[in-house]
Ligand binder design. Structure first.
Ligand code: SF4
Length: 720
């Protein structure tokens, strides 16, 4: 038996695992006791990882050979790598030759390792000359990126997991960490036991398992977070609870924000948010001064937040307005304090580092900045890189649906299930002239549209690095060889690049470490400088947080401790952004606010977790959760089928009464696809899963779509 240290591929906590293998078979997994993200703990998903690699499961779920379809709708036929790559190069090359480089697009994934991401980014922006490369991380954390950059000057979460142990007050907003980041939540529970005076405030429209543990639960109306944050600041100003010295020394722009929040009185905010004014005052006091409420004692408050803030048409404003509270009270750059966005996917952070989004370049550089473009061009040995903004996730599929993007390359993600407004995504995949899907799993929703299927390696089979929510870079290691003819994601991108432009000198790599070294070079002098890090150091000292510049022995746990920020004047910037309601308000025909989210034991579109019966013990089937009052009003019994309908489509599923959901709201888990939860568009096309209903309206700042809010109707389904 061999034992190999690696990282869990499920979520942004980034737990270390020890993989047990016998020959080419993974036989077990356990938490790595030395990994600083989890110290040996694993959640229900992590504990069963090895079972998803069992031979029988692999046979049923994996893509093992390159496959091509002679025509759309035909069964895919096995081909060889040489033919597959030749076909891909010819079809992409034809589209580029006929219509220019922006006629092709890449849609990649927060599941990719940093090395994979780097190569795909260079392939699109460097070799082909298009910025049309975006990622499913756009659906997950691009509002956090925009919020950090707008206020703090760089996309860098300033806090770390250990801050949970030092906080006097935890403010969890738009995050059901108890289910979505379980191992981090265990740490929160431990910290509360160790420090009984610590206060936990949870703001969430749903009374989740996280909210159940709160000292103060704020059941705000969906989408009203900005109003809440402005209201808290109003109270802090009125009561003299802000830190005028910190504001004066380390920030700019406070006057405009102060003027904006003047009208956000507790009564008005309470009315819009559906909260009690006295609860707002308590929340503001605890945020500023902790449980003692003593104005002479400044507390350390740590905010943890996730998709409830990010997946919104006001995502940037929500993130920035929460960060405002930290700047106004000096709750940043010290133990136990700071605005700390949690990443959903295992390597959403690594993708940000290499510029794997349509508006970014390597090492947190901006596409819109000519100097940054020149730096990346010099790094890659090119005369220039294109400056035209790339198409972000929603825009990319809309452009393909309109016929402007002719060839699509989809890697390690399942957009025909996970993207909002499935009508458009399906139209895009039908209309695109050539669709490549590079995947480990045979995800039917998207693979059914592929002209070419390329088998990729996955967890337990590949080497590289990932970065978790606290900026910690961990090694991912192979415990077993690649199955069938699967290749590593970075290798597939390199092989394609060399077929598309034979003789190019951009991809000289023979190992993932060679790719990583180029990424490392790109970070020198940047906020995420890792010039002092190496694979060898990760081997010797274990996972490290960035930055880790040359000359420093370890990574930095928290940022901005000296009160200096990576802005031109070194000061953080308050953002005075007004509250705006969700893009699609409830109306008489669609009177419910639908929100979507995760279950405790399932992962994304279930390509892994859906293969294990034991993970259905928690929740066995999809349902729409409604408040008991709404169930009674609609004369519904638990388990009765209902049509849930939005302006875009309709699905049928059982109704379930739940006190977790407020009246006039509805919740459906995001995991089930068309095999179980099929539906129809408003014009009758078949659609899959809850995203038949969701809207592709997005935040203008971050381009992140509003997966957390759609107006829907719920009607009892009449049996034939
Ligand atoms: Fe994996 Fe996240 Fe669970 Fe840790 S908390 S074991 S990273 S799914």
């Amino acid at each position: 038996m061999t034992e190999t240290r690696s990282t869990c591929p499920y979520c942004g906590v980034g737990c270390g695992v020890v993989i047990e293998a016998e020959g080419a078979r993974i036989t077990g997994v356990r938490g790595d006791p030395e990994h600083p993200a989890n110290f040996g703990r694993l959640c229900s998903k992590g504990q069963t990882l090895h079972l998803t690699a069992a031979p029988l499961v692999q046979q049923q779920t994996r893509l093992l050979h390159p496959m091509r379809r002679a025509t759309r709708g035909a069964a895919p036929e096995r081909t060889d790598w040489d033919s597959a790559l030749g076909l891909a190069a010819q079809r992409f090359g034809d589209s580029i030759a006929a219509h220019g480089p922006d006629a092709v697009g890449f849609y990649v994934s927060g599941q990719l390792l940093t090395e994979d991401y780097y190569v795909f980014n260079k392939l699109a922006k460097g070799l082909i000359g298009t910025n049309n490369i975006d990622t499913n991380s756009r659906l997950c954390m691009s509002s956090a990126v925009a919020g950090y950059k707008l206020t703090l000057g760089a996309d860098a979460p300033p806090a770390c997991y250990d801050d949970v142990n030092h906080a006097d007050c935890l403010f969890i907003v738009g995050s059901n960490a108890a289910w979505a980041h379980p191992v981090l939540f265990r740490r929160i529970e431990d910290a509360r036991r160790a420090r009984p005076g610590m206060k936990l405030i949870v703001a969430d429209p749903r009374r989740t398992d996280t909210a159940d543990l709160a000292d103060l639960y704020l059941p705000l109306q969906p989408g009203t977070d900005v109003m809440l944050f402005h209201g808290l600041l109003h109270i802090m100003l009125r009561e003299g609870w802000t830190d005028a010295g910190y504001i004066e020394r380390h920030t700019t722009g406070f006057d405009a924000l102060e003027a904006l929040v003047r009208e956000h009185t507790p009564d008005r905010v309470a009315q819009v948010c559906g909260l009690k004014p006295e609860d707002l005052v308590t929340a503001a006091r605890w945020f500023a001064h902790g449980a003692s409420g003593d104005p002479g004692k400044r507390a350390a408050t740590l905010s943890l937040y996730c998709q409830g803030l990010n997946q919104s048409s006001s995502g940037t404003a929500k993130n920035a307005s929460l960060i405002n509270l930290h700047l106004a009270t000096g709750q940043i750059g010290k133990p136990g304090a700071g605005p700390f966005s949690l990443t959903g996917q295992p390597n959403a952070m690594g993708g940000r580092e290499v510029g794997g989004l349509a508006n970014l370049l390597s090492a947190h550089r901006d596409l819109a900045n000519p100097q940054h473009r020149a730096e990346v061009a010099a790094l890659w040995g090119l005369p220039s890189v294109p400056g035209k903004p790339g198409l972000t996730a929603v825009e990319l599929f809309e452009a393909a649906a309109d016929g402007a993007v002719k060839a699509l390359w989809i890697a390690c993600t399942n957009p025909a299930q996970s993207m909002p407004d499935q009508r458009t995504v399906r139209r895009a995949l039908q209309r695109a002239e050539f669709v490549v899907v590079q995947e480990a799993f045979a995800t039917p929703a998207t693979c059914d549209f592929a002209d070419l299927l390329l088998p990729a390696t996955t967890w337990g089979e590949k080497e590289g690095t990932v970065t978790n929510s606290e900026r910690r870079i961990s090694r991912v290691r192979a415990a077993v060889p690649a199955p069938g003819e699967a290749r590593h994601d970075w290798r597939i991108a390199v092989d394609f690049a060399n077929r598309l432009r034979p003789g190019n000198a951009l991809f000289p790599y023979t190992t993932p470490e060679a790719v990583w070294l180029e990424h490392r070079a790109s970070t020198r002098g940047r906020d995420l400088d890792i010039s002092g890090l190496s694979y060898a150091l990760l081997e010797q000292q274990g996972p490290q947080q960035w930055p880790l510049p040359e000359g420093e022995a370890t990574g930095r746990a928290r940022l901005y401790e000296d009160g200096r920020f990576p802005t031109p004047d070194g000061r953080a910037r308050f953002a005075a952004l007004p509250y705006r309601p969700p893009a699609e308000p409830r109306e008489s025909r669609f009177p419910f606010a639908l929100t979507t989210g995760r279950l405790r034991d399932q992962w994304h579109g279930m390509s892994r977790t859906g293969t294990l019966g034991r993970l259905f013990g928690h929740v066995a089937e999809p349902a729409v959760q409604l408040h008991p009052q709404d169930m009674a009003r609609l004369a519904l019994a638990d388990g009765e089928l209902v049509h849930v309908t939005s302006k875009r489509g309709s699905i049928v599923l059982p109704a379930q009464a739940s006190e977790q959901i407020a009246p006039a709201q509805a919740f459906i888990a995001m995991h089930w696809g068309g095999e179980v939860l099929s539906g129809r568009s408003s014009s009758g096309e078949p659609l899959a899963g809850v995203n038949a209903l969701t809207t592709s309206a997005f935040c203008p700042g971050s381009k992140q779509p509003e997966l957390k809010h759609a107006a829907v109707q719920v009607l009892k389904a009449e049996l034939p």
